[in-house]
Design a protein around this ligand. Structure first.
Ligand SMILES: Cc1cc2nc3c(=O)[nH]c(=O)nc-3n(C[C@H](O)[C@H](O)[C@H](O)COP(=O)(O)OP(=O)(O)OC[C@H]3O[C@@H](n4cnc5c(N)ncnc54)[C@H](O)[C@@H]3O)c2cc1C
Length: 502
């Protein structure tokens, strides 16, 4: 079955996560006939939310919206919705108990970075000498300017090796940096690219004092943001087709002319692929047209990480001092977080018992457990942080397993990550793993790359206005000055013969 051709130029977007929805919405508003094909039953991708048969709202893990997510905040303003909580404080736990409390950084007197992060964070146990051992790492943060050159240089080594080279103490690494990597990049330090680690740490924590401040949706992101957003896409004339798994493309004269989805064929003047790494690998495996191209064959060098998201309804109130909490030291290569949903989600505010979300990242071994085993593990871990969880009875639960779900920024992976443009004239890429010089990460990056892909379509098809993309907040003046000096020194060294391994 082939879809009818309309007068308007047709764009097919594949994948309805932040990236695909971002591209689809902008292009629909520019007058394109947009069809968004989504393999899953709901739009949202990794952030989709749905209801259990008992009518309880669940989602594939809780998602935070950090202070620098300017484009996402601009979108929710544009849609006229207020989906977010106030800015929240967070804590860190180890099996020894509470380790760190973060203040609201934007409420503290502003200090040049990184002073605010160092001085205002309340470390309960970590000695000053360990914290000070992070200082030499500033040199690498200055040197890593998100350029192609910087990625090539730092992507070759692991984050652990980088921290070791710069003299970070073992305790600071295990109690601070590695937990951040597990939560931010979903992998332990020896499995993370140093480039990704530097980019992620700078964006979320170090670029400006308030960057680590975070807020949450007052319900599932699906209900709070994606529902009104998909309605706006429909009003703009875009079509979103769920349960449509794309398997191939048709090609003529170096242009993708149609997207194949089961026995349906969707003709296209331009195509945006906004699927994750695992999704694209499956499409390439089925598509002789894509397999012919080196860039798509190379995708097989990339990987993704297992994640587990659990939600527990308890029979009693357990006092969780702060709404969001990250934990370390419980599992050697798995990070986890827990969230007080009575404090975050409107619908649980008056629930008689605690509703808690516990999400595990790099959760490979946990995906092999059945639900009862998972619940026992979660309750044991929660009780390791807040002992009262040990006494609570679990009345209801949701366990969501996401195998190979999130992007793995492994050392050496950068050379295989795709840019927004491909060797096809009219096929563009978007998603949180696509190379961009914007500097953002995670949901914000996915959304920004969706807008960037839309702008490539507009440039290729010559219809409509490009989307305005807000840049990341500029570096503070002293960082700009240090980066200039560093570039100047680097350029001076460029003439030297390159005899040693970089
Ligand atoms: C547990 C967890 C916690 C997280 N926490 C945070 C957080 O706190 N803050 C944050 O910013 N980010 C967080 N993230 C990361 C964030 O979810 C992702 O960065 C972001 O959602 C990626 O969006 P995307 O559009 O690039 O990809 P995805 O959301 O993966 O969307 C890709 C879509 O493509 C579809 N697809 C795949 N193959 C096909 C096909 N063949 N045909 C049609 N459709 C297809 C998929 O079904 C999916 O809907 C978290 C992720 C997880 C899993």
């Amino acid at each position: 079955m082939t879809t009818e051709r309309t007068e308007r130029k047709q764009v097919v977007v594949v994948g309805a996560g932040w990236a695909g929805l971002g591209a689809a919405y902008h292009l629909a508003r520019q007058g394109y006939a947009v069809t968004l094909l989504e393999a899953g039953a709901y739009p949202g991708g990794l952030v989709a939310g749905w209801q259990t048969p008992q009518g309880r709202a669940v989602e594939a893990g809780i998602h935070g919206f950090w202070y620098p997510y300017r484009n996402i905040f601009a979108l929710t303003d544009h849609l006229g919705i207020q989906p977010f909580t106030e800015w929240t404080r967070s804590a860190q736990y180890s099996p020894h108990g509470l380790e760190v409390e973060s203040p609201l950084f934007q409420a503290q007197p502003y200090l040049p970075t990184p002073l605010g992060t160092f001085l205002y964070t309340d470390f309960k146990r970590l000695p000053l000498i360990d914290r000070l051992s992070a200082l030499p790492l500033l040199q690498a943060l200055i040197d890593f300017d998100n350029s192609d050159e910087a990625w090539q240089k730092y992507d070759r080594i692991t984050a652990r090796e980088l921290f070791r080279q710069y003299g970070v103490s073992a305790r600071l690494y295990h109690e601070s940096f590695e937990p951040m990597l597990l939560v931010g990049l979903f992998a332990p330090g020896e499995q993370c690219s140093a480039a990704a680690a530097l980019g992620m740490l700078y964006y979320f924590i170090l670029a400006h004092q308030p960057d680590f401040d975070v807020r949450w949706c007052r319900g599932t992101v699906g209900a709070q943001i994606f529902r009104p957003w998909t309605e706006a896409i429909a009003r703009a004339g875009g079509k979103i087709l769920a349960n449509h798994r794309v398997s191939d493309v048709q090609v003529e004269n170096n242009r993708v002319t149609a997207v194949v989805c089961g026995d349906e064929v969707f003709e296209a003047d331009a195509v945006v692929f906004a699927v994750g790494i695992s999704g694209l690998k499956k499409i390439v495996q089925q598509s002789a047209q894509l397999r012919e191209r080196q860039e798509f064959r190379d995708i097989r060098n990339l990987g993704a990480v297992d994640v587990l998201a659990t939600r527990l309804w308890c029979d009693r109130k357990v006092n969780i001092p702060l709404p969001s909490n990250a934990c370390f030291g419980f599992h050697p290569t798995t990070g986890w977080t827990f969230f007080d949903l009575n404090a975050i989600h409107d619908e649980y505010r008056n629930e008689p018992g605690t509703v808690v979300e516990a999400d595990y990242y790099h959760a490979n071994q946990l995906l092999a457990l059945d639900d009862d085993q998972v619940l026992r593990q979660v309750q044991q871990d929660l009780a390791g942080c807040i002992p009262a969880f040990g006494e609570a009875k679990i009345l209801d639960h949701s366990v969501v397993r996401i195998p190979q779900g999130v992007t793995h920024f492994a050392p050496g992976s950068y050379r295989y990550l795709l840019p927004a443009t491909t060797s096809f004239n009219n096929l563009f890429m978007a998603g949180d793993w696509i190379v961009t010089r914007h500097g953002s990460w995670s949901q914000e990056k996915a959304y920004v790359t969706g807008l960037e892909a839309a702008n490539h379509v507009i440039a290729a098809l010559g219809q409509g206005q490009p989307a305005e993309i807000l840049p990341v907040i500029p570096d503070e003046p002293h960082i700009q000055a240090l980066r200039s000096v560093n570039r100047w020194v680097r350029q001076g060294l460029q003439g030297l013969p390159s005899f040693w391994l970089p």
